[in-house]
Design a protein around this ligand. Structure first.
Ligand code: ARG
Length: 587
């Protein structure tokens, strides 16, 4: 809307002999309840006009209307000048911008960004929390790519440590050679089963020791199973052949399982990092920090950083026995990632229970003088609850990602059949549609909410074809496609003589697609895209309900409405694509 800004600058000069800078011109989108599309806020201009905000609005409105052919009218409400742009202006926006081949496409901006997401542990299957993580990470990466970034999608797999030794030990003791093939159990679930089993047996031993008079704490330390798991970890670190062999086998089961789940979720990665390769890395940085005086050593040999001056506390960065803690590894991995890609920005998609960890991590890297530390960003997200209550890990009551996907497909099937939306579909097409709708429902429900907010996932509500849901938008897309296959587009015949409000609203909304992508990328927020696409779907349905395409007043109007429908369909498809959601051609 630069041309309006310029015109307002001109108006102020001519009416009040004032020299405004463009930044002093405050334009907003007109609120729905008023007529107009662009609103000038006049309060701050009264110091130049020395008149009331209303009078100032009127002066400028008259000036604009006289001077500019694209301004069709105005109204003033207190300090707000609501400007209506002409039909020919909106038609020009539609034909020359929205219909252009490269509409919504950004040129490469020369910047590189890494998005680390998913980052699972290899001792159990993915759960509902991972689902939000994966969907967010994938969507943010896709949005950044659309906004012109070169994007590297990275997955840091936590494939070593005591947790995987627990699964391994339980399998060794109780597994009787069970494999995914022999049991028919998906690999990640099989390993998860032994992780749960370990915990169960471990608890038994703790209880036994408590009966013998040990405290909870003592019993936890002394239980034979945990001691064995710790020995196994030491053997792993020493490269023991047998332990490494078992570790490789069980991890390969997990990876086969993960990759199936990733495929169903529709997410992927360009780069994998494995903690088994990176867990020793941070130690160089510890030395660097000690040299630079950023860290200090305590008498027992442990290494710390004092962050009290930054409002945080003292934080351990290396244990007295020289072994790493979580942050040691992340320091090393951050350096490795940068050395590998030299990216301008690096995003970590990790739940908000790790807010403190990332605050400290980024602060340390800054204090170490890493030039790239300012490009680090923690995309922190809230927990997902189910109606039945909070998800818990370890207790075996977690909502499993695979089960959730199954359930979504089932719900999609039920709803779709009830509504008779699959007539004339083959069996394969039906399955495909249920997958698209089920996943669309799940993804949309999780992504329409600001990442920072905790959310309650209601599977049934998410598949409602009428609500603020993925399936409603998907259905709108299918409806548009069906309109377009029933009627043919002929070569341009010029636009209609006039625009109806529903048509103008739709053009205005469509024209906001590029800035929506830009905002979503800057804010790392897929919800901006999700809510935008919903507005388009609603506006299209309103337009379609109010105006006939087939019985349009004349051929030019009919062609215009078909093009408007096609453009709406395209933006819906592209926008949903930014969320990782497919849209059906028909249903
Ligand atoms: N694997 C970790 C977990 O499950 C998450 C890792 C997040 N990424 C990182 N660079 N720290 O809690």
């Amino acid at each position: 809307m630069n041309f309006i800004t310029e015109a307002v600058v001109k108006a102020a000069k001519s009416l009040y002999q004032a020299d405004l800078t463009p930044a002093e011109v405050n334009l907003q989108e007109t609120r729905k309840e008023f007529e107009g599309q662009v609103t000038l806020v006049t309060f701050s201009l009264t110091k130049f006009s020395r008149k009331s905000p209303e009078q100032t609005g009127n002066d400028i409105g008259e000036f604009l209307k006289k001077e500019m052919k694209d301004i069709a009218g105005f109204n003033v409400i207190k300090g707000f000048l609501n400007i209506s742009l002409s039909d020919s202006y909106w038609l020009d926006v539609f034909y020359s911008q929205v219909l252009a081949d490269d509409f919504g496409a950004f040129k490469p901006n020369g910047k590189k960004v890494m998005v680390e997401y998913s980052s699972p542990n290899t001792n159990k299957p993915l759960h509902l929390g991972h689902v939000r993580n994966n969907l967010l990470g994938y969507s943010v990466a896709t949005i950044l790519q659309a906004a012109g970034y070169e994007v590297i999608k990275a997955n840091l797999v936590n494939d070593r440590g005591i947790h995987i030794c627990k699964s391994m030990l339980a399998w060794q003791k109780f597994g009787d050679g069970e494999t995914p093939e022999s049991s028919g159990i998906k690999g990640d679930h099989l390993v998860g089963k032994y992780y749960v089993l370990f915990d169960k047996e471990y608890k038994k031993q703790i209880d036994e020791l408590k009966v013998l008079g040990q405290s909870e704490e003592e019993a936890k330390k002394n239980a034979p199973l945990i001691k064995e798991a710790q020995e196994m970890l030491l053997k792993w670190e020493a490269g023991d052949k047998e332990v490494i062999g078992l570790w490789k086998t069980m991890n390969s089961w997990v990876y086969a399982g993960f990759s199936e789940t990733y495929k169903r979720l529709g997410v992927d990665f360009d780069q994998f990092y494995y903690e088994s390769n990176t867990y020793l890395l941070g130690k160089d940085i510890i030395d660097e920090g000690l040299e630079k005086g950023v860290f200090f050593k305590k008498p027992d040999g442990s290494v710390w950083i004092d962050l009290t001056a930054d409002g945080l506390d003292e934080k351990l960065v290396l244990r007295a026995d020289g072994t790493s803690v979580y942050i040691t590894q992340d320091l090393g991995t951050a350096q490795l990632k940068y050395d590998d890609f030299h990216m301008d920005e690096s995003i970590y998609v990790v739940g908000n229970e790790q807010d403190y960890h990332f605050k400290v991590l980024f602060l340390i890297l800054e204090k170490l003088g890493k030039s790239w530390a300012k490009g680090l960003y923690h995309l922190s997200y809230g927990m997902v609850d189910l109606p039945s209550g909070k998800m818990k890990s370890r207790e075996g009551t977690v909502v499993d990602a695979d089960d959730l996907i199954d359930e979504m497909e089932q719900t999609a099937k039920k709803r779709t059949e009830e509504l008779g939306k699959v007539e004339g579909f083959s069996e394969t097409e039906k399955l495909q549609l249920y997958h698209i709708i089920g996943m669309g429902a799940l993804k949309y429900f999780l992504l329409k909410v600001d990442p920072k907010k905790r959310l309650l996932f209601d599977p049934n509500e998410s598949v409602d074809f009428q609500g603020h849901t993925g399936p409603f938008i998907q259905y709108t897309h299918a409806r548009i496609r069906s309109v377009l296959t029933k009627m043919s587009l002929s070569p341009l015949t010029g636009g209609p003589a006039r625009l109806f409000p529903e048509e103008r609203d739709l053009i205005l909304l469509l024209s906001q697609f590029p800035e929506t992508i830009d905002i979503a990328a800057k804010e790392h927020n897929p919800a901006a895209v999700a809510n935008y696409v919903y507005e388009i779907a609603k506006a299209f349905n309103k337009f379609y309900h109010e105006h006939s395409i087939l019985q349009a007043e004349d051929e030019a109007t009919k062609q215009f409405r078909l093009l408007l429908s096609a453009a709406s369909g395209k933006v819906i498809k592209k926008g949903m694509g930014l969320l990782g959601i497919e849209v059906p051609e028909r249903m």
